[in-house]
Design a protein around this ligand. Structure first.
Ligand code: PA5
Length: 437
């Protein structure tokens, strides 16, 4: 299969899921491309609207601040970091993403933000997210005070549902440009919609290659080929889950994929951590970085409870060539590294760790990306989205909802005094005890 990455499944799958079940789940997934699995069509979407909008931005906007959390921030963050060394277009802007509502982070973003040279891009599919709306109020107020109504109209691009939600109404009131989040594409599956593509293009990266990379993965599903890497991955992962695996480790030997790991953790955790029959299922997603976590998490993975599955993500390039100088005159132990490329030493650490884990009987799969560019990144996003959705279908759970996050949100609205929800605020205080009041 001709993809910009190579997938090698682990060699230790317990009791494989029967082929007939995999076929049925895959059939359903592909049929659902018109419905809940609409993310499968994202590779074929036309990026012209986003490209034109970025091209038409006033030249004074050299920076872009994205406000978005969960699926509305993690994918873009992953892409910006992964593509950092990839050659960007000359009109590339500096793009930052503010997700959390930690006042220290918000204040730092406000220091960096200047309405004269920074475009604001609030992103929320629902248009109701507390963090994003709170941040929006702060930044929009700043634009209004410093640049007036024209500044609000020119200095904001809102990405939200085409018809509904508070931010859609704000967009109508302001008359600022907007981008639609396709209603059928779930938040954590939306990186290849304007949620991710606007920030990625603003940072100067090639959307057509990104989408083409994803489309290769999506299109090859249509042949219902059980050897498709995303299908193999879902099949083996579900076998591990049903066999008692409680943790899913994505271990990237590449600092630039740290945020990609965060994106994956949300996707896997929020999609599959659900009740099933009379029990509950889900693997704890863990993001690890090599070789750093050899000095942190590896002991746990190697000799802790054997309930973890590890997927190594390895990257060929782009990378600088750095030769290690020979300083063995200072100490003979330095001879081992002398004259080698830093990557060779890094690779030895990675191979050694994989070999050690496999020898210890731990399940280890690998995805190797020869060149981490837009095309490969699009394919990786698509691969993990398909793997996650198909795993949900195989397990008989809905991978696209997240009912478990609602209780906390409702209590928070109650605590903030939303009319009609005051009782919830009182209940939350009672649950937490007086010191929280
Ligand atoms: O996957 C999801 O649906 C969620 O994680 C959302 O992306 C997250 O809650 C943010 O939602 P919204 O885009 O509506 O602000």
């Amino acid at each position: 299969m001709n993809l910009p990455f190579r997938f090698t499944p682990d060699a230790r799958t317990p009791r494989p899921i029967p082929e007939s079940e995999v076929r049925a789940a895959l059939d359903r997934l592909v049929r659902d491309a018109e419905g809940p699995a609409a993310f499968l069509g994202c590779g074929r979407s036309d990026p012209t609207e986003v490209e034109d909008l970025v091209r038409g931005l006033p030249a004074r906007f050299r920076k872009v601040l994205v406000l978005g959390i969960g699926g509305s921030g993690l994918g873009a963050q992953a892409a910006l970091e992964a593509l950092r060394p990839v050659h960007a277009a000359p009109d590339a802007r500096e793009v930052r993403i503010l997700s959390n509502l930690d006042p220290v982070s918000v204040a730092a973003a406000m220091d960096w933000f200047d309405p004269a040279d920074t475009l604001l891009n609030p992103v929320t599919k629902s248009g109701t997210t507390v963090e994003t709306l709170t941040q929006f109020a702060l930044f929009a107020d700043r634009i209004r005070r410093e640049a007036g109504p024209a500044g609000l109209r020119e200095g904001i691009v809102i990405t939200t549902d085409p018809d509904r939600g508070a931010l859609r109404r704000v967009a109508r009131a302001l008359g600022c440009p907007t981008l639609p989040v396709p209603p059928k594409v779930g938040g954590r599956f939306s990186v290849l919609t304007p949620v991710g593509t606007f920030p990625i293009r603003a940072a100067g990266h090639d959307l057509r290659r990104l989408l083409a990379g994803a489309d290769q993965v999506f299109r090859q599903l249509e042949g219902r080929d059980l050897d498709h890497p995303s299908v193999q991955a879902a099949r083996t992962q579900v076998a591990h889950m049903l066999g008692g695996s409680h943790a899913r480790v994505i271990w990237a030997y590449c600092d630039r994929l740290a945020s990609f790991g965060d994106w994956f953790c949300q996707l896997w955790g929020e999609s599959l951590g659900k009740p099933r029959g009379d029990g509950a299922l889900g693997q704890q997603p863990v993001r690890a970085i090599g070789s750093t976590d050899q000095h942190s998490l590896l002991q746990l993975f190697m000799e802790g409870a054997p309930d973890k599955h590890l997927t190594f993500l390895t990257v060929g390039g782009p990378r600088p060539s750095l030769k290690v100088p020979d300083l063995s005159d200072l100490d003979p132990d330095l001879k081992e590294f002398a004259g080698r490329d830093v990557f060779e030493v890094f690779e030895a650490l990675r191979s050694g760790t994989m070999a050690g884990l496999i020898e210890a009987g731990r399940p280890v799969a690998r995805i190797h990306v020869p060149t981490l560019d837009e095309e490969a990144l699009g394919a990786l996003f698509a691969h993990f989205e398909v793997e996650t959705a198909l795993a949900g279908y195989l397990l008989g759970i809905d991978p696209f909802d997240q009912p478990g996050v609602e209780a906390g949100k409702r209590f928070a609205h109650g605590l903030l005094g939303r009319p009609g929800m005051e009782d919830l605020g009182r209940r939350a205080r009672a649950i937490l005890g007086e010191e929280e009041a």
